[in-house]
Design a protein around this ligand. Structure first.
Ligand code: URP
Ligand code: ZN
Ligand code: ZN
Length: 466
């Protein structure tokens, strides 16, 4: 059994920071010991990785990606192959992607299709959530089977009428089913019916530029939907996870619910923490690069998001990685912002941007690991296999150089998209080496992984509820 030892680094988990050596056998972490201890010095290994002056952290767990997602007549530009390779470059070793139920079709059909897209193509491990586009007796029944086989979370949309939208009755029924079978409902909380009225009015008045995407998708319509989702979850006696929270008013709804002791959770994404409506307003249609939903908000909302992350009113930072090229894809919405495919690239940059947040003083190092690794793993039934460095865990380990300087750019990123949402942004900190189940997939900033190394990981139910 091949043995690897990582020596001399600062091991950071959500719980502690220790100068420790890490012993790996085959695909698993088997021991940690203080770096200067006799025990660690006595370890023999086939391979030694020097982490002196570096951090040794768990591989990132990104619980919200959309590889090859169909949207607005086109497909997200990253395949499972290109997207998971880019994730590895950025220190993420597990993604949970969204399989999609097509209206009128079974959940099983959608799930099978996503297995086919991913199988044999991924550089890192992956799991699936299921998007419910058609809540009826058949799909409700199928939810039970999916939970049993490791697809234990279901996304519903209060937005996108006619596409993914579910009405309140459908949402209540899905929540009731989730309460019974252990499935966690993930909510896209925006009032899509009201938004569509505002879209129609904006277009009729000639307001067609990308920035109007942000104006019609009002913060109040995010907070109203968040409030409604929370009340529906209370009625159903179900837990709730609200995805891609961007508005201060929506954070306030989550805070209020959590202060009542309700099992309500929230996720935000780097784009809401680092970008704003200023980007959506960039001239020459460049704002289209930043069209996603929920939309970017005015800069003033960011303080509430950072506060929520510090106070644990928000628990997770995912990417909602859903890239569309500017040329030929975002351009579909020239002259009509409602036709710009919704989504942004980001799977490669989450760990770095959050490390920058540590450098900037927004969060601590342990909180960085908690919101990017440990909590997403626990939330979606992957802990302690994923999300930590401990005996028995998968050897998904990143050697991170906290002093390296880098500049984010389309010239250097590995995502299959023709722009960077963070072009020119300076970051302190960079991934140096990445192990996925003990296999080196990034070796001192060289890609050594392969499509097909990544395995499907069936998940348990949410570990904050049991
Ligand atoms: O704009 C976004 N977020 N696109 C991906 C689909 C979704 O709603 O998460
Ligand atoms: Zn969404
Ligand atoms: Zn999404």
């Amino acid at each position: 059994m091949p043995r690897t030892v990582i020596r001399g680094g600062l091991v950071i988990t959500a719980a502690e920071e220790t100068h420790a050596d890490v012993l790996i056998e085959d695909e698993k972490i088997v021991a940690l010991a203080a770096s200067d201890s006799e025990c660690a010095r006595g370890w023999t290994a086939d391979r030694t990785l020097d982490a002196t002056g570096k951090y040794v952290i768990p591989g990132g767990v990104d619980p919200h990606t959309h590889m090859e997602m169909p949207f607005g007549g086109t497909f997200a530009a990253d395949t499972f192959e290109t997207g998971t390779r880019a994730a590895a470059w950025g220190g993420t070793t597990t993604i949970v992607d969204f399989a999609i139920q097509t209206k009128g079709h079974a959940l099983r059909e959608g799930l099978d299709a996503w297995h086919l897209k991913a199988s044999g193509n991924c550089a890192i491990d992956y799991g699936f959530h299921m998007i419910l586009s058609d809540v009826d007796q058949g799909s409700l029944k199928e939810m039970d089977l999916l939970v049993e086989e490791g697809v234990s979370s279901f996304k519903l949309f209060m937005a996108y009428p006619g596409v993914f939208y579910s009405d309140d009755g459908q949402i209540l029924r899905a929540m009731q089913r989730g309460a019974a079978n252990g499935g966690l409902i993930m909510m896209h909380a925006e009032n899509g019916i009201a938004i569509d009225v505002l879209v129609e009015q904006a277009l009729a008045e000639g307001r067609t530029d990308p920035r109007y995407h942000g104006e019609v998708r009002k913060a109040l319509l995010e907070s109203e939907a968040t409030h409604r989702a929370i009340q529906l979850a209370r009625v159903a006696g179900a837990p709730l996870y609200v995805v891609h929270v961007s508005a201060e008013e929506a954070v306030a709804e989550l805070t209020q619910a959590r202060d009542k002791g309700l099992p309500v959770f929230g996720e935000t994404c780097p784009q809401y923490l680092f970008l704003s409506t200023d980007n959506l307003a960039e001239p020459d249609f460049e704002g289209a690069k930043y069209v996603c939903s929920t939309p970017l908000r005015p800069r003033e909302h960011q303080a509430a998001l950072w506060r929520g992350l510090r106070t644990n009113d928000l628990q997770v930072v995912s990417t909602d990685h859903c890239p569309f090229c500017f040329t030929g894809q975002k351009e579909l919405g020239r002259g009509d912002f409602s036709k710009i495919p919704n989504g942004m690239p980001g799977v490669e940059h989450r760990m770095d941007l959050l490390h920058q947040a540590v450098v900037d003083g927004h969060i601590s190092r342990r909180r960085w690991i908690e919101i990017a690794c440990a909590t997403p793993a626990r939330m979606f039934g992957l802990y302690p296999k994923k999300g930590t460095i401990a005996p028995g865990a998968d050897a998904d380990v990143v050697i991170y150089d906290p002093a390296a300087e880098q500049t984010l750019s389309v010239e250097t990123h590995h995502m299959n998209v023709d722009y960077s949402a963070y072009e020119g942004k300076q970051i302190t900190g960079q991934v140096q080496t990445v192990l996925s189940r003990g296999t080196t997939v990034i070796d001192q900033r060289e890609y050594t992984g392969r499509a097909g190394h990544g395995r499907y990981v069936p998940r348990a139910t949410c570990q904050y509820l049991s």
